[in-house]
Design a protein around this ligand. Structure first.
Ligand code: AAL
Length: 411
């Protein structure tokens, strides 16, 4: 080349489908191919936006009582009817808060999911629901599960229905320490028989799941019952693992459930929704941890990798997932479900309520309108209480600023 250096041409505007090998690539462009997809959000089957709708029957409740409906299960369709199970609390008093446990009584809840039962509702269209009442009530006073049952999810196995839920005895426990038990029925309308014992027990002191076993989420996968759950350790020192997800596997819905030795299988997430996808399992991780607000995929149900970032994810999503128990090895994905939201401030005493979300995570539905990125939020979102800078922070920031903000160097 007679000493002339050959200048690489600029990167093409049209992203090549294959990773270019004839030019240097930045770390970001390597990731574009190795981790994400050159088809970008619009062509990424794991990317979606979410749209929300109010629902009737189990949505916002205007009664005088302090009412909460939250943590919806997966939605099942049985004949023409959709079914959902959820935590319902109806108390005369509002929760006193997790720092006032000693103020909790048989009538005064400590947290929003205290003094609750497992309720269910049915619908013909997924928007209009009829509450059918309590499916599984708390156990009689003095027995296991007498304080609160919450955060259910549902399994159908060999023609029987199983509900798994957090089971609080005597009193709501500090740090939400709790284990999971179950009930079964021959019909989705019950009657339910409670198995009044821990089905997924807490780990040993020192283990990552020694305090809370939360958010049980059963699927049938590879011929067995896979029960995913979120957990946390007793020791809450900074630096300790918080809110990761594990899985326990059983051949019988009543257990024994054997915890995977790979647990935890996620490092993030909160009330994670999961669904069979192709030959593996997809998961929507929200709210907590370094990989919050991502959709992940594990080809073996265990080794999850982020596949898309999402925004404004549904909280505690319970998707309609017709093949959750089919174990076809060819999971189709999801298009909608139910989730919960906090009512508008300052109406917090009302507890949470259920809404519907729609999305585009199904291999069978083409929904380009859900594939937009570059979303813009309007005033009410920016200045809602969780985002607006509180007055006392502002005061401290102004004080700090006086010493922190040295003059711009070089002017
Ligand atoms: C939720 C869930 C569990 C917790 C509480 C009710 O976000 O993680 O269900 O116990 O909060």
């Amino acid at each position: 080349m007679n000493g002339e250096s050959k200048k690489t041409s600029a990167f093409p505007g049209f992203l090549p489908r294959q990773k270019p090998t004839d030019r240097p690539l930045s770390a970001a462009m390597h990731r574009m191919y190795d981790m994400w997809t050159p088809k970008q959000d619009i062509g990424n089957p794991f990317y979606t936006t979410f749209r929300y709708s109010p629902v009737t029957g189990i949505g916002k409740d205007e009664t005088e009582l302090s009412v909460s409906r939250r943590d919806p299960s997966k939605v099942l369709k049985i004949g023409d009817l959709y079914y959902v199970w959820y935590t319902r609390r109806r108390t005369k008093y509002m929760p006193v808060g997790r720092f006032n446990i000693e103020q909790g009584t048989d009538e005064v809840p400590v947290v929003d999911w205290d003094l609750a039962d497992i309720c269910y509702a049915t619908s013909r269209d997924g928007f209009h629901w009829q509450e059918q009442g309590i499916a599984v009530p708390r156990a009689p006073k003095g027995s296991y599960g007498d304080r609160s049952l919450s955060t259910p999810d549902v399994l159908v196995y060999e023609g029987r229905y199983y509900l798994y839920y957090q089971t609080f005895t005597t009193m709501w426990r500090a740090n939400d320490c709790v284990n999971v038990s179950a009930a079964w029925a021959d019909s989705p309308d019950g009657p339910w028989t409670r198995l009044d014992r821990p089905i997924v027990p807490q780990g040993e002191p020192g283990d990552w799941d020694s305090c809370a076993i939360h958010d049980p989420y059963p699927l049938i996968y590879q011929g067995k019952i896979w029960l995913y759950y979120k957990a946390s350790p007793i020791d809450k020192s900074p630096g300790n693992l918080r809110l990761a997800q594990g899985v326990a596997i059983a051949e019988d819905p009543a257990g024994p459930f054997v915890k995977s030795e790979l647990n935890p299988v996620t490092n993030s997430g909160h009330e994670t929704a999961l669904w069979p996808y192709e030959g593996g399992i997809a998961a929507l991780l929200i709210q907590d941890g370094p990989e919050k607000d991502t959709i992940q995929f594990a080809p073996d149900g265990l080794n999850f990798v982020p596949k898309a970032h999402v925004q404004h994810s549904p909280h505690a999503p319970g998707p309609f997932c017709p093949d959750a128990f089919a174990d076809t090895g060819d999971g189709r994905g999801i298009t909608w479900g139910l989730s919960h939201i906090h009512p508008q401030m300052p109406n917090t005493n009302k507890g949470l309520y259920i809404v519907r979300f729609d999305c585009a995570l199904s291999r069978d539905a083409d929904r380009p309108e859900f594939k937009r990125s570059n979303l813009h939020w309007h005033e009410p979102s920016w200045f809602q209480p969780e985002l607006r800078l509180p007055d006392d922070w502002r005061k401290r920031i102004l004080e700090e600023q006086a010493s922190l903000d040295s003059p711009t160097i070089g002017v």
